[in-house]
Design a binder for this molecule. Structure first.
Ligand code: SAH
Length: 384
């Protein structure tokens, strides 16, 4: 089956009936970039590559011809919204909830916000689901703070979807098409959901970062932990740790873990996630990874394993040079961009041998791909 909104939406690179072709394409791309460093394993595909998204977001507009509220996604770099009812990648329940909210918006006369005239109330909706816990969070984003008949609105929504575990009202008065504003009020439930990954529990708040394909994330993290070969004795450094996921999972089979992350809210989530999982041997520092690793190398701190999971831009040259000075025995590089990965491996290759390269298809049908690389130090200690 082909997707009708493929061209206008623009999120996918491949059509719904092209999964095998997409994997072959990504494999070829990975081989071209990385085979100079070592053997590239076959990409781990997703067994059922549909409805994998645990987070679905939509923007609203009012269709004056049809006299009803419609929702969809912003076309890239534009203020136009492409209407979408169902997407083959979205969690189905999330799509259903969004369709209900559209209808309720008309029933309750909540007019959709118009970004050009800056009028109206209802801007976006965000639905997040914990695939392993079944918990569902609905975040209704409005342009103005007063939510008319909010109690009745929530009641009607829950009557239709008793599976929803929490409803949050978020206010976004900004001029951008970013989904969330800074203020949130819980209208129903606890204001967040939880999910489990690799037997650890993580809290997901409206704005928390959490991987959007939990099935493949578990495979990705297990691959990374497996590459590290932890025995319980290691000192581990988790660079670009986000909300602490990799480090917390690793902490169960390591002596001690230090995580570093630039984003203040992610660090807060990481600290509470560690507590939630009873991980007492993990610590987090809110800092620039480059600066911290530079300091750690200067102080001759010792780490056995470094996990690094930088954003698409990869790591800075200075980070990589400090990492060479820090001299961990192993580096596990988790990358969401094979091009910057290849660039960074050139630097690490001076003192590290690439032992394993594993692609994981985290975002089926899109152009994106995650890769995990295991590097081992091979240069003997220089004589003093
Ligand atoms: N390892 C996490 C998050 C990876 S995303 C996970 O698997 O969920 C990359 C993270 O790097 C983001 O959380 C981003 O905030 C953080 N980051 C970006 N630049 C950084 C820097 N210079 N120093 C530290 N962290 C940084």
């Amino acid at each position: 089956m082909k997707c009708k909104q493929f061209k206008k939406c623009g999120a996918c690179r491949f059509q719904c009936d092209e999964y095998e072709h997409s994997i072959a394409y990504k494999q070829n791309y990975l081989n071209n970039l990385l085979s100079e460093f070592g053997r590239v394993n076959g990409i781990i595909p997703m067994e059922k590559p549909f409805n994998y998204r645990n987070k679905v977001q939509a923007a609203f507009y009012f269709d004056f011809k049809k006299k009803k509220t419609v929702s969809g996604v912003y076309q890239s770099n534009s203020k136009s919204i492409t209407p979408i009812d169902y997407c083959a990648l979205d969690n189905r329940q999330a799509d259903e909830i969004i369709l209900t909210v559209r209808k309720l918006a008309d029933d309750f006369k909540l007019r959709a916000y118009d970004i050009r005239s800056k009028t109206g109330f209802l801007r976006h909706i965000l639905v997040r689901k914990g695939f392993n816990t079944g918990e569902i969070m609905v975040v209704i984003v409005s342009a103005t703070p007063v939510f008319p008949s909010k109690n009745n609105f929530v009641k009607a929504l829950l009557e239709k979807h008793p599976e929803i575990t929490t409803v949050v009202h978020n206010i976004n008065q900004s001029n951008t098409n970013l989904a969330l504003g800074e203020q949130s009020h819980t209208l129903y439930g606890k204001g967040y959901i939880e999910d489990t990954l690799c037997s650890c529990t993580f809290r997901i708040s409206p704005a928390s970062f959490y991987q959007i394909n939990p099935v493949q994330t578990e495979i990705l993290y297990n691959t990374a932990i497996d590459f590290a070969g932890l025995t319980g004795k290691e000192a581990v450094f988790d660079a670009y740790c986000g909300t602490g996921t990799i480090g917390i999972i690793a902490s169960k089979s390591a002596k001690q873990v230090l995580g570093v992350e630039l984003n203040e809210n992610a660090v807060k989530d990481a600290v509470s996630n560690a507590k939630r999982n009873g991980a007492e041997n993990i610590f987090f520092i809110e800092a620039d990874a480059t600066k911290l690793i530079n300091d750690l190398a200067k102080e001759k701190e010792h780490f056995d394993v470094v996990f690094m999971d930088p954003p698409r831009a990869g790591a800075s040259k200075e980070f990589l040079l400090s990492l060479l000075k820090l001299k961990p025995e192993k580096i596990v590089y988790i990358s969401c961009n094979p091009e910057t990965l290849a660039r960074d491996l050139k630097t690490l290759n001076r003192k590290y041998r690439v032992e394993k390269i594993q692609g994981v298809d985290m975002f089926p049908f899109t152009r994106h791909l995650e890769t995990v690389v295991l590097l081992r130090r091979y240069v003997k200690e220089e004589k003093k």
